[in-house]
Design a protein around this ligand. Structure first.
Ligand SMILES: Nc1ncnc2c1ncn2[C@@H]1O[C@H](COP(=O)(O)OP(=O)(O)O)[C@@H](O)[C@H]1O
Ligand SMILES: [Mg+2]
Length: 187
């Protein structure tokens, strides 16, 4: 190869090696392909560090898509004292941290029988509060969700890869997404 000339194919290969594949679809949506559970959790950690209270983060996707894995990372980044687990019987888990009296809630609507049940859980109060809330299976109770939120759609790609689509619907969550873009993806 003549010295110094890089073909578009080589450039693309170089680009692919040097950073995570992350096309920005539009300013409110970001797509990210994760190559491992650890990578998904690390993105979560970055996001968790940026939470200031009052955010609603919806984690949508089928079983095994990586919602709990991402939520665990968020809990870690936020500074939760306990490792977050997949709630078995309780639908709502409250996480605490050492630094202040803030709370982070982890909700899993997988087991609700009806939307009415979600209304009875008192979720609306949580989502109106100054605490941050993460919700797995938000699709199960669309009527309860506030219009202002960060929606994360997780999809199975193959055994080790998951597609994460982040979409913000208001200024607060857009600022959060912008900070995550800068922080985690360097754009
Ligand atoms: N890139 C990835 N990101 C997240 N999880 C992954 C990834 N690749 C494989 N996995 C596996 O997929 C499963 C995801 O489980 P979990 O986070 O509990 O999913 P969900 O809460 O969406 O049902 C785990 O067994 C994890 O090891
Ligand atoms: Mg889960």
């Amino acid at each position: 190869m003549p010295g110094g000339i890089i073909t578009p194919i080589q450039l693309r290969a170089k680009f692919a090696r040097s950073r995570v594949f992350m096309p920005i679809l539009d300013s409110t949506t970001v797509e990210f392909i994760s190559g491992s559970p650890a990578q998904t959790a690390r993105v979560g950690e970055r996001l968790g560090r940026l939470l200031r209270g009052g955010e609603v983060i919806c984690l949508a996707g089928l079983l095994g898509a990586g919602k709990t894995c991402l939520a665990q990372g968020i809990g870690r980044g936020w500074g939760a004292l306990a490792e977050l687990t997949s709630p078995t019987f309780t639908l709502i888990h409250e996480l605490r941290r050492q630094s202040d009296r803030a709370r982070l809630y982890h909700v899993d609507l997988y087991r609700i029988e009806s939307e009415a049940e979600a209304w009875m859980l008192g979720l609306t109060d949580l989502m109106d509060s100054k605490d941050s809330v993460m919700i797995e299976w938000p699709e199960r109770a669309p009527s309860i969700l506030p219009p202002d939120r960060l929606w994360v759609a997780l999809e199975f790609v193959d055994e080790t890869h998951r597609r994460l689509m982040f979409h913000a619907t208001d200024d607060v969550h857009q600022s959060l997404l912008d900070a995550l873009k800068r922080d985690a993806f360097g754009v």
